[in-house]
Design a binder for this molecule. Sequence first.
Ligand SMILES: CC(C)(COP(=O)(O)OP(=O)(O)OC[C@H]1O[C@@H](n2cnc3c(N)ncnc32)[C@H](O)[C@@H]1OP(=O)(O)O)[C@@H](O)C(=O)NCCC(=O)NCCS
Length: 283
Amino acid sequence: MPFLPLRTLPATGNANIAEAWLERIEDRLSRDVVDVASDRALLCRETLAELTYPEYAANWETAVADEKLPIGTRLALTGLDPRNITLEPEFYAECDDAKFQPVMPLLWLWYSFDRTVLGGQNVGLGVRLRRMLAKRIFKSCGENFKAFQFVEFSFGYNMEVGDNVVVHRHVLLDDRGGIRLANSVSISDFANIYSHTHSIVDQRDVTNALTVLDEGVRITYHATVLAGVHVGEQGMVGASAVATKDVRPYHVYVGIPAKSVRVKPNAPEPGTILRTSEKRDPR
Ligand SMILES: CC(C)(COP(=O)(O)OP(=O)(O)OC[C@H]1O[C@@H](n2cnc3c(N)ncnc32)[C@H](O)[C@@H]1OP(=O)(O)O)[C@@H](O)C(=O)NCCC(=O)NCCS
C-alpha cells in the first residue's frame, strides 16, 4: 500500500477571526465563576446566537418574549440555551447531576456547532473547538485530541482519554459505564463504543461496564464494541465487526461476533506483550 501521510494546508482567509473567536471561548471557560453550569449555559447561548441568529444575539431575552415574532422563532431561540433542552442521558437513573450539569452546556455547544454552516464539515476549526471542550467535559483528556463532526457521548464525564486519540465522524461513545481510550487510539467513521447493556428480560435492568481500548487500538469503520470489552494494545476491530468479547493485543478481529483472523506482523514475540490488566491506565 502507498504511504499517504496527511497534508498541511495553508491558513484559511478567516484564520485571524477564527483565532480570536476561539480565544474568547477559551478565556471565558478559564475564568473562575461560582456557578459553572449557569456560566457555561450563557456562553453556549451567546455563542450559538451569534452564529445562528445574529440579529437577536444582543437582545435574546427581549426577542424570546416578543409576541410579534413567530412562535417557532421564539422557541428556536430558547433552544440556544441548554437550560431549555434535555439530553437523553439526563433521563438515566444513575445520571450524576453534579457532574452532568456543568458539562451539559458544553455538549450542547459541541453538538449544535456541528449543525451550523460554520461547523459541520469544517475540520480545522471544529477540531480545535472540540479539543477545548473535551478538556472540560471528559474525566481526563490528553494532548492532541482530535474529534471530527457528529461525534456523540452519553455523559461525557465518564470519558478517560490519553494522548493523540482520534475519533472520526459519526462515532457514538456511550460512556455510561465509562470508556477508557489509551494513547494513540483511533476510532473510524460510524463506529459505536458502548459501556452499558440491558437485560434481555427487563429493559430497565441495566448493567454498566467500563470499556477499555489500549494503546494503539484501531476500531475501523462501522464496527461496534460492546460494554465491558477490553481491546488489547494495537488490537484492531475490522469494518462492521461486533466485538462481544475481549480482543487480544496485536490481533485483527473481524465479523459478528468478532474473531481473530490474524496477528499483526509487527507483534512482539509471544510472551513479551503485557497482559491486558497491566495496560489499563491511558496516561
Ligand atoms: C480488518 C482489516 C484491516 C483486515 O485486513 P487484512 O488483515 O488484510 O485481512 P484480509 O483482507 O486478509 O482478510 C482475512 C480474512 O478475513 C475476512 N475479512 C476481512 N475483513 C473482514 C471484515 N471486516 N468482516 C468480515 N470478514 C473480513 C477476509 O474475507 C478474509 O477471509 P478469508 O480468509 O476467508 O478469505 C480489514 O478487513 C478492514 O476491516 N479494514 C477496514 C478499513 C481499514 O483499513 N481501517 C483501518 C484504518 S481506520
